[in-house]
Design a protein around this ligand. Structure first.
Ligand SMILES: [Zn+2]
Length: 191
């Protein structure tokens, strides 16, 4: 495979920060966000990047709790996406605080969809992510990959049963390939 972009030990130069703002919807339950944060921090560190969170350490505070505009089933539907995003913007505006660098909003909430995570890249906002309560620990990192413009990469890796973080499915998605990382690092929320 040589230097074709499939290397799994690539270090992104520059000590970049992956900058997220976390929000918690009132129909979210459980605590998968803690595993998502821990896994993302670990995997980024393996490739020379840091996870920068607001609120600090990913501890939920009232400022980052949002009411989710749900339907009768208690779930967020697509016609509520923009309202939810607006409510988050009203809670925290990354352009109103130093150093005015953009952040990717990640909203932990329960939404009607076929997968546990979803990145919304249509509408008036830059891409933003939702992570559901029954996600696994890689879901948040996977969705931030989509928010950077990465699509699914379904190929198996050469290393045992491990899969890359953009594999469309569960299991061990612990690998980040060089070509993926180079695109990821260009995202609006990575500086
Ligand atoms: Zn996906």
């Amino acid at each position: 495979m040589g230097s074709s972009g499939w290397e799994t030990d690539y270090i992104v130069p520059g000590g970049l920060e992956v900058r997220l703002t976390l929000f918690w919807g009132d129909n979210y339950f459980g605590a998968i966000h803690k595993d998502c944060i821990a896994t993302m921090r670990k995997m980024l560190a393996e490739h020379g990047m840091k996870l920068s969170l607001i609120p600090a350490n990913g501890e939920m505070t009232d400022q980052f709790a949002v009411k989710v505009p749900v339907k009768e089933d208690g779930l967020l539907h697509p016609d509520g996406y923009n309202e939810l995003r607006n409510r988050c913007a009203a809670k925290f505006d990354d352009q109103a605080v130093e150093p005015h660098k953009q952040r990717l909003p990640v909203i932990f909430c329960n939404f009607k969809y076929t997968a546990n995570g979803l990145t919304v890249d249509a509408g008036p906002w830059l891409p933003w992510c939702m992570v559901g309560p029954t996600s696994d620990s890689v879901t948040m990192l996977h969705e931030t990959g989509h928010a950077s413009g990465l699509g699914h990469l379904t190929t198996s890796s050469q290393a045992g049963a491990k899969q890359n973080f953009m594999f469309d499915g569960g299991g061990d998605r612990s690998l980040m390939h060089k070509a993926q990382l180079q695109k990821f690092a260009q995202a609006y929320f990575i500086k």
